[in-house]
Structures are given as C-alpha cells and as structure tokens.
Design a protein around this ligand. Structure first.
Ligand code: PLP
Length: 387
C-alpha cells in the first residue's frame, strides 16, 4: 500500500472529529434499541411507519421464498422480474407520470439522469441547497451548470434570460429541503419554466408518500413537473431503491443510455415487492398520512410552546434551532440520556450559527411517545435555564 496516501489520510483524520456510528439492534420502528436501551426514534425517514409494517415484511418474505434474494444480473440482461415492471407502473401511477424507471437508489437515479438526457449545449440551473446526489449527477454531465441561491426566483429568472441561446435548459430542485423542511416554490418554478421553455425536474425524496400528490400536488400544482426523482428508502418502506418518473421518451432514453441503470445489478425482488406493497398501503390508507400530519402538528406545537425556536412549516422534518457553539450537540446528548433519539446538525452540514436538532416525526409514533419527547425537551430546557 502506498505509504504517502496512508500518511496523508492519517494526518487529515487527526484534524477531524472521529465518527462513531450508532449500532442499532432490532428492527426499525418508533423506538430503536441502542446499546441495550430503547430510545424513542425521531431520527429516521420512516415517515409512514411502513418499514415495520407486517404486510410489507410478508411481501418481502414471500418474494424471497418464490424468487430468491437477488438476481445476479443487470436489468437489461436477465435481471428483470415481473415485480420490477409492476413497481415501475405503481410509481408512475403514484407520481402521475407516464412511466417510471427503477434504480438501486435515488442517489443512483440522480447520478444517471443528467448525462443521459443533456449535452454540452445545454444549461442546468440548480438550487444552492440541492441534495449531494443532484450535485454529483450534474457534475457527470457535460452541460453548463448555474447555481441559483436557495429558492431565489429572481436570480433564476436572470440566469434564464441570459441563457436564451442554449439548446435545452433544465431547472432542478429538491421538493422538500432536508435541513429546513421547507418546500420548493414549485408553482412559481413551473411558471418560470413554462415562460422560458425550460424543463423542470424535482427530487421529491422527502415528499414521496409523505405529502399527498408530492410537493407539487401539496402546493396545488397538477402539471408542470417534467421529471421527478424519488426514493423508496424513506416513506415507502425504508429499504432501498430509487426512481425517475416522467414522459415515456425520457424513461425509454434512460433505459437505453443511463449508466447507473445499465451497469449495475437489478433491485433484489424482495425489496421491490416490499416497496410495491408499501405504495399500495400508502394509497389504501390515507389515514397514515393524516396521522403523520397530526403527529407533526402536535409536536411542532408542543416544542414551540416550550419556547424552542422551531422553523415554521408543515413537513414532518422539524428543525429546532439551537444556535451557536455546541448547544445543539449538547442538547441532543441530553435528550438521548432522556431516552429520545435525535441528531444535531452543525457546520459544515448547516452554516455556522444555524446549528439545530432535526426531529423527524412518523405516523407510527404513539401519543405516549410524543408525550415522552415533549417531556424530555421540557426537562432539558429547564436544566439549561437553571445552569
Ligand atoms: C434521501 C435522499 C436521496 C437519496 O436517496 P437514496 O434512495 O437513499 O439514495 C436523494 N435525494 C434527496 C433529496 C434525499 O433526501
């Protein structure tokens, strides 16, 4: 092994805080067992609680019994099973698109979309807070990239006006931004895209299954999003998988040329069967989304009532601002001692001075678990006030 490389990495590691991942025993759910202790879990993306749904798990087990674990081949060779087509069709229905293409993850979907559809004469306009996978996907394409300040439509419009000569222009944004839980202004973005003859692409990972009709539908926009990407690893069962949904010309092009679609293993049938079942449950049981919204409103209200600075919004991502120094990290550690699992976000994930705890609510949280979180936040605040 090259000593210079290892020396450099070791030196850089010395200057970084070591990272110890939590090791969880037992299954994902509204509580997580960590070091033998059950913590109420406000840190997962399992918004509908479907990761632990018996029907979802049975579907995976049955697919495993019938078709085995994996297919040991890519989709275009002998990796395609009927469940892949059923799942793609269910995703198309869910998103209101003509068709959908499966990927191993939404990260892969975002890596695969830009280079497949766009070329050097095209321009991509990307929100400054877009997800890392979009940023990397854009880097893999030969198109010009312009980053507009977060949800700044005036700057975006200026860029659009300046680039009238380009062949195609594509605007890309997260639907829900995962640090603030805020929604992209999709109706106005769609209007801008229409006026400037640009394509609108949305990564709706945090909204798929969470907001009825996704972020666009939630904001009253029925048409106007041309390309939608999303994950099966959050609300839709929490296992793994991603997709691109859109017009058939787009999905067929991706199936022909998109590299993270072509040059990788097909999704394992048990995962596809689980996601398919999760989509069907989400459609059949709208009360899950209603409970999620009610749980979110209740915890948002409780934390605000305790005097915490909670960024406004409706999404089950609740950012609790604890600005400056190590306050957010210390508070998260205190909450953990109180039996509540949340994570602090600090620089460089969020700007210095914007430190926060991110609380993520699920439909599976029972009233007593929300009470327990509220009581823990109250005790931690009282202790900080007394100190
Ligand atoms: C979680 C997330 C992803 C990654 O999804 P995976 O399927 O886990 O790869 C991509 N984009 C956004 C906006 C996300 O929130």
């Amino acid at each position: 092994m090259n000593a210079a490389l290892l020396d450099r990495l070791s030196a850089e590691l010395d200057s970084r805080r070591p990272r110890h991942d939590l090791v969880v025993t037992g299954a994902q759910g509204p509580t997580l067992e960590v070091d033998g202790e059950a913590l109420v879990n406000f840190a997962s993306n399992d918004y509908l609680g479907l990761a632990a749904d018996p029907e979802v798990l049975d579907a995976a087990r049955k697919a495993m019994d019938d078709q085995g674990l994996g297919v040991a081949a890519g989709r275009v060779l002998c990796g395609t099973r009927s469940v892949h087509h059923e799942l793609e069709s269910a995703i198309a229905d869910l998103t209101g698109a003509e068709d959908a293409v499966l990927y191993g993850s939404c990260f892969d979907a975002n890596l695969g979309v830009f280079a497949a559809l766009l070329g050097p004469d095209d321009v991509i306009f990307s929100d400054a807070l877009n997800h890392a996978s979009l940023i990397d996907g854009i880097r893999l394409s030969p198109s010009r990239r312009q980053v507009f300040a977060h949800s700044d439509l005036n700057q975006l419009e200026r860029y659009l006006t300046e680039s009238e000569g380009a062949r195609h222009r594509l605007i890309v944004t997260d639907g829900v931004f995962s640090m603030d839980g805020d929604l992209a202004p999709l109706p106005r973005l769609a209007e801008l895209a229409r006026r400037h003859d640009a394509v609108l692409m949305v990564d709706d990972s945090h909204a798929t299954g969470v907001l009825a009709g996704g972020t666009a539908g939630h904001l009253g926009l029925d048409t106007g999003v041309d390309i939608l990407t999303g994950t099966l690893g959050k609300a839709l069962g929490g296992a793994a998988g991603g997709f691109v949904a859109g017009s058939r010309a787009i999905t067929e092009t991706l199936r022909l040329v998109s590299r993270p679609y072509l040059f990788t293993n097909a999704m394992a049938p048990p995962l596809a069967a689980a996601a398919l079942t999760a989509i069907r449950i989400a459609a059949r049981r709208p009360e899950l989304r209603d409970r999620l919204a009610a749980n979110t409103a209740r915890l948002r209200g409780a934390l605000t009532g305790l005097g915490y600075e909670v960024l406004p919004g409706e999404h089950p991502i609740i950012p609790v601002m604890l600005r400056g120094g190590t306050l957010a990290a210390d508070t998260a550690a205190e909450l953990r001692r109180e039996g509540v699992l949340v994570f602090a976000l600090s620089h460089p994930i969020v700007p210095a001075g914007e430190e926060r705890i991110r609380v993520q609510v699920s439909a599976s949280h029972r009233p007593e678990q929300l009470d327990r979180a509220e009581a823990a936040f109250a005790r931690v605040r009282a202790k900080a006030g007394a100190a």
